[in-house]
Design a protein around this ligand. Sequence first.
Ligand code: SAH
Length: 339
Amino acid sequence: MNIYNLTRDEMEEYFINLGSRKFHADQLFSWLYEKRISSVSEITNIKKELLEQIVSDYSFSKLKLIQVEKDVDVCKYLFELDDCEHIEAVLMRHDYGNSVCISSQVGCNMGCKFCESGRRKKVRNLETWEMVTQLLMIEEELAERVSHVVVMGIGEPFDNYDNLLKFLSIINHPKGLAIGARHITVSTCGIVPKILEFSNFPLQINLAISLHAPNDELRNQIMPINKAYPLKELIQAIEIYLEKTNRRITFEYILLAGVNDTKECALELVDLVGHLNCYVNLIPYNETNNLEFRRSSTVQIMKFYDILKKNRLGVTIRKEFGSKISAACGQLRSKKEEL
Ligand code: SAH
């Protein structure tokens, strides 16, 4: 077990089970997340015997950072895991702060046709510590705070649900990384039972849905998950989520030339989501050499945007980062592993 797997509650429980006192959880959390120790020997306020016990129960290791690529407003991090797999995370500098996109799995089973990461089947889930230490190591490398987190890297976070929730609770905890829930976004391709479960999660985390098509016929073609959870069920689950959480939801919609970027698609999209408290984030497609999809022209993107706007949908076009340094969506790992 790794110490960065533990939520604050689990850490308290650990100390209580040892017959010790739960305030040690406060101390240890503070060493890990405020003082950011790089070795256990730096801990000064926990008794030697107890510390020895902790060290024999838990590893304090972090991920291995093996490559960093930097551009003006974006940095790409390639990590090696203990089993020699690779994952990536991306830091983006916005005017409102530093945002990090983290991975949740090695590979992904969702099989979206346009996605580079999905070309490699899921090997395994990331453990909580492997998600948490992506952030710790990036902050350390940058010597700057990360203010926003998006779980939009490699993997489907709702296919690694339990570890995801622990990760969210650790990075949000005031004694942990203290990243505000409203500054955290989880993106899913639409696993309906987990959307429903997530509506009961007490933190006010943002939820984004990768929609990418306004009807079942098209969505079945590009996102196999739609066959398991078609749009009617997805939209129903989102309605329940919105009612329970009183929040707003984001729909992500990649514009793929000649596939889903027509006027008809835009109007269908308005019909599909126009009644929801939502906004649509239009994403210019990051082309990859390995896949045949092409990005829509800027003119086409603007036309699509205008239709949504005219129909009173909240809509934004995603700012692009990192196409120069292969930061786009799974490309660095692919390059590294020559997949
Ligand atoms: N599995 C989750 C999160 C990871 S993908 C999900 O599906 O939401 C994060 C986002 O990047 C998704 O909206 C995904 O559809 C999108 N994406 C994947 N490949 C892309 C590409 N080449 N260009 C632009 N966006 C892409």
